[in-house]
Design a protein around this ligand. Sequence first.
Ligand SMILES: O=CC(=O)O
Length: 339
Amino acid sequence: MFRAKTFYLAQSAELPAAWVTLANRSGCRWANSCIPFIQKSFRTGPKCRERTAPSPCRDKIMGEKEPPGALVYDIGGAFGVPESHVEFLKKHFDLITMKEFHKNKEQLCEKIRSIFVFELRPVVDCELLESLPRLKVVGNSGVGVDHLDLKLISSYGVKITNTPHAVSDSTADIGMALMLASARRLVEGCCIATSPDTTHFAADWLGVEVTGATLGIIGMGSIGYKVAKRAKAFDMNILYHNRNRRKEEEEAIGAIYCKNMQDLLQQSDFVMLVVNLTPETHKLIGKRELELMKPTATLINISRGAVVDQDALAKALQKSVIRAAALDVTDPEPLPRRA
Ligand SMILES: O=CC(=O)O
């Protein structure tokens, strides 16, 4: 289901070798699951203030003689909505790319009723909001909306939608894949197996076991719980830290609640981050937290790059404060390449 997968040892980027990065987990399901939310917002009609007087062009749109305009960054290409989504989207919207919009702002600004944000683009800033007087909704193709200025967008009377649960399974799978890959040194093993320089396989080249190991999940939302269920099947002991205790889930999988994150960090062999990025979780894991972890522990991040203090992590890996890090997300993405 992944649109693009890049699985590489982060040696090529400015990172220590122990960093394993899996980038671009974006699921194709995002686009499809976003549509119902956008349509619902049109049907119910947000209680937004109209910013300009009705115009003949607008009346035509409201009369549904033609589909509403949806602004997208691009179609296809490196940052556009994938071609495979376009047929479906076009059944409901007139897709207008940013390039087309910039060329013909005066006419198109009246037609655009929604912005479809795919892979963080287009950037919805004040300038764009000012130029779209008929905008009703910003539909985000993903769960996390940390890249959107919710306050600013709402101040324009514009609704914001996301796609909760659409990628929960995929993301939980990635969490497990990263944990297993880093435990069993899968990427390094693959490099050794395919390297022209390999003459023999070292007998002591082993990873660590996940069976019987302790997994500490930070953030027991729907993705965290899905990770826990998967880890249970691998006979792992599960600890979790969450703002609120989740007794029902806890009992269902036999997890132990750690009110203090510190306890979880000290006891876990694998620590998996599954929180939203908010001001409270920004750099949640820094030098102090890394030093609390076992030197044999692995940090796995499937939330957002900025949840980890990357400089502190790089130093911790260089000094073997922890065993490894397996990252689905970084800040920025992708990380800068070496010159
Ligand atoms: O990262 C995934 C999402 O925000 O949906």
